[in-house]
Design a protein around this ligand. Sequence first.
Ligand code: ASP
Length: 376
Amino acid sequence: MSNVYVLYTGGTIGCIGKPLAPMPASQFAQLVASMPGLAQGQVAGLDVPIQFTIEPYTVGGQVQTLDSSNMNPADWVNIAIQLAANYAKYDGFVVLHGTDTMGFTASALSFLLQGLSKPVILTGSQIPLSSTLNDALPNLVGAITLAGKQPALAEVCIYFDSLLLRGNRAVKVNANQFAAFNSPNYPPLATVGTIPTVNTALLLPMPPANLSLATQDNLQALQDLLPKLAQNVTQFSIAALMLYPGIQPSTVSAILQNTTPRVSGMVLLAFGEGNGPSGSPQFMGVLETASANGVVLVDNTQVLAGSVENAAYATGLGAAGAISAGDMTPEASLTKLIYLFAQGKSAADIKTLMQQSLRGELTTGTPTGSRHTAQR
Ligand code: ASP
């Protein structure tokens, strides 16, 4: 029988009251146990039942029950620490999490858990499990079932409304509907109907033995590294800025100059294929100066799908020293920057690594959907 570790961090799935606030993990576990087929920590009704354990998210021994809007980068690392501490004992992992920042946490975990050889699946819901009509129960049961029954899943995923998505490709696409997540630049890894249909060709391969967390030495190395990263993530600032017509160069420089600690990297949610108001020498000058001073500028698009090609137009922000995010989500770009800076890498190395796929977050090579490839 497979054994799944369920880490309850809070979010709507465990909310109760008015205004909604997440209940403690022990109360949530009791509620789960009262659901049909979920008594005694087992998912019944399967050919072989799955055992699961619901544990609270703790930081330094203190229980944290959070709306995900209150999550910060140190939480991403602390969640990774808790998963790593339980890694050897379980076959798969579910992280119950608010939907608001789930895409960020899923992306961050994908980078933090290098060598992952078991499923880590984040889920939550739009309506709490404590309400009669809810999406919480199918999301919870689906996530536990996939984590317990799909040992070939060696990556961090989001399971939501019957879709299993690569975590670092997923974005929240709807604030109200049950179909809250999608991965616009990568097809779902699996869909769940009466049976799960897994698209095995899309999955990340098992990690090589020299990296795999299935090996005790690698797991130990990760357990040694993560507490250092939890410290490091508080030592620098990464910013994200959506461009808009009429943006003042002084707004951009205020963020770059006046943030404490000083901004080391910035994700620009630019127009279209990575364009900006290049007609403003002041705007371009602010970015050029920042780039020359070692700030890593990442040119993302504010468009939901497609890839950045920031040399395609004269307005491309590549001219100001911004590197292309390709088809990474803003969530993946931001968390990847934080992950790389937390490791103390140089700006030059970070620029190189940002343009490589570390965990399947980026499509490398010529973008197949490019409108311009044929013209060049
Ligand atoms: N505010 C909630 C959260 O992100 C929303 C949700 O879970 O759906 O924690």
